[in-house]
Design a protein around this ligand. Structure first.
Ligand code: SF4
Length: 499
């Protein structure tokens, strides 16, 4: 059997980093971990080929070569997925669709021959034998949640690593919290399941042997969901990194209660975690309470952010506008909080009712759902009727973005963050880092409209924190992505579906 693994294109969103990647000479943030993990579970005699539309084109001869196409997508990749399914049909190629989108939007999968819902580990055996026997069913539904010990390392041989800016690694699935708007607990459950330390180290070893150096994104939705397990893993990770000459720089996502635990913060920093994305959502406690984000209710959010930064890790923040409890002055409050917290990379989006969430069920019951979510909370497209006047909400959202992603505001926050950042290990620079530096100097320092603010930022960093110059250039490059996208959003250029 010849299987073509197809990964649909991401639209141009804050998360795509599309305007930062060219500086690094990369085409996409990271390869499709789900498809590569599925590939590792297929029979060894099956031939496979990966086409990730984010880094390469799909050719007719790829379609002609294959017996079956496996596609995996998130909700935000829906439009590109639809087109891919149609193209496979035209070519007479059988399609199997899986990934989070099948739990959220079956409509987009209608043209597919087979749809797989749930985590692949529990179903793949049946699917493979049914395909081989020519009697595969229309639907496959995973029963239960697989033990993470059964998850193999991803089949990275299929991916052209140099086209990506980071490599993905998954340690756990699930989150102990239950935020109303989040679909993670619906997909993966509230009991975090973790890989063994040996599995994690084997994946790092694989990356190391394949010559990868640089960023590794630990993709867990909440890396600290099981603190006891993490505290056992991190010393092993630190030792492995030290023995191998610290080849990787790690980043991940975590809940704010990470900041309560000095031991955990120190262990993460020692293991070379350099930044962490935290769902802060809003400075309004009443909104946290109503959304069931109780870990944020009791936390002093500004203090928590500062503690993480002081432990040498950059905080990237997720923020939401459009909660029922938002006061009229929410926009000014968000801007002020982001500034005071010194969070340069702030992902601000409008509340979205994702399918199969508690929020979706509540709003459905209240008759407030307008449409299916497109999975992109920066799309400035409401999928529910907010309490606030919708025009005021959209105008306020644009105002927040225009403010926090004005180059002056952004560089000021970046400077303040660098001032707080605790000791960071000397970065291990690779060739692409030097190229990125040259490109940044030329493109941002000579041709960009914001070049004065850019040089001001770099100059100050050089004088005050010369050890942070590498990080400062990285932040400037990230800033370029946000400035570009915010400008497009302001000018009304659609950015949801460019595939
Ligand atoms: S803490 Fe994060 S991952 Fe966990 S339920 Fe809340 S939003 Fe989802």
């Amino acid at each position: 059997m010849k299987v073509l693994l197809l990964y649909p294109e991401f639209p141009d969103t804050f998360w795509s980093f599309r305007h930062a990647l060219p500086f690094l000479g990369r085409r996409s943030a990271y390869p499709p971990l789900g498809l590569l993990t599925v590939s590792a579970m297929l029979p060894t005699q099956w031939q496979r080929k990966l086409v990730d539309l984010n880094v390469e084109k799909l050719r007719d001869r790829d379609l002609a070569w294959a017996d079956v196409a496996f596609l995996s997508a998130m909700l935000v990749q829906g439009p590109s997925l639809s087109r891919l399914i149609a193209r496979c049909r035209e070519a007479g190629l059988r399609t199997v669709v899986g990934g989070p989108i099948t739990s959220a939007d079956l409509h987009v999968c209608e043209g597919a021959d087979h749809v797989v819902r749930g985590e692949a580990e529990g179903i793949i055996g049946d699917l493979v034998s049914d395909l081989e026997a020519g009697k595969a069913r229309r639907r496959y539904e995973a029963a239960g949640r697989p033990d993470m010990a059964t998850v193999p390392p991803p089949d990275l041989r299929l991916a052209r690593l140099r086209r990506y800016s980071a490599m993905p690694l998954q340690y756990s699935r699930g989150c102990p919290f239950s935020c109303e708007f989040c679909d993670i607990v619906e997909l993966f459950g509230r009991t975090p399941r973790v890989k063994t330390a040996e599995q994690v180290l084997a994946e790092l070893e694989q990356l190391y042997r394949m010559g990868w150096r640089g960023s590794v994104f630990v993709v867990d939705d909440n890396f600290v969901g099981n603190k006891a397990a993490i505290k056992l893993l991190l010393p092993r990770l630190e030792e492995w990194m030290r023995v191998h000459g610290n080849p990787f720089c790690l980043y991940t996502q975590a809940s704010i209660n990470l900041a309560e635990d000095d031991e955990l913060l120190s262990l993460m920093r020692a293991a070379r975690f350099s930044k962490v994305f935290v769902g802060i959502e809003t400075p309004v406690k009443e909104s946290h309470r109503a959304a069931g984000k109780l870990q944020n209710v009791k936390a002093d959010l500004l203090e928590c952010v500062r503690r993480i930064q002081e432990h040498g890790m950059e905080v990237m923040g997720g923020f939401i506008l459009g909660f029922d409890q938002d006061p009229p002055e929410i926009f000014e409050k968000q801007i002020a909080f982001i500034k005071e917290a010194a969070i340069p990379v702030s992902m601000v989006g409008i509340l979205t009712a994702l399918p199969n969430t508690r929020l979706w069920r509540r709003l459905s019951g209240e008759g407030r759902i307008l449409r299916q979510s497109v999975g992109d909370n920066t799309a400035a497209l409401l999928n529910f009727i907010p309490r606030m006047d919708p025009d005021a909400l959209l105008a306020g959202y644009r105002k927040v973005l225009a403010s926090i992603y004005s180059p002056t505001e952004y560089f000021e926050r970046a400077q303040a963050m660098l001032g707080r950042l605790g000791a960071v290990p000397k970065p291990r620079l690779v060739f692409s880092d030097y190229l990125a530096l040259c490109r940044s100097f030329i493109r941002q320092g000579i041709f960009a409209r914001y070049r004065v603010a850019y040089w001001h930022f770099l100059g100050k960093t050089f004088l005050r924190k010369p050890g942070h110059m590498g990080l400062a250039v990285t932040l400037a490059i990230m800033g370029h992505h946000f400035f570009t996208l915010t400008r497009r959003l302001k000018s009304g250029v659609p950015h949801r579906d460019v595939a």
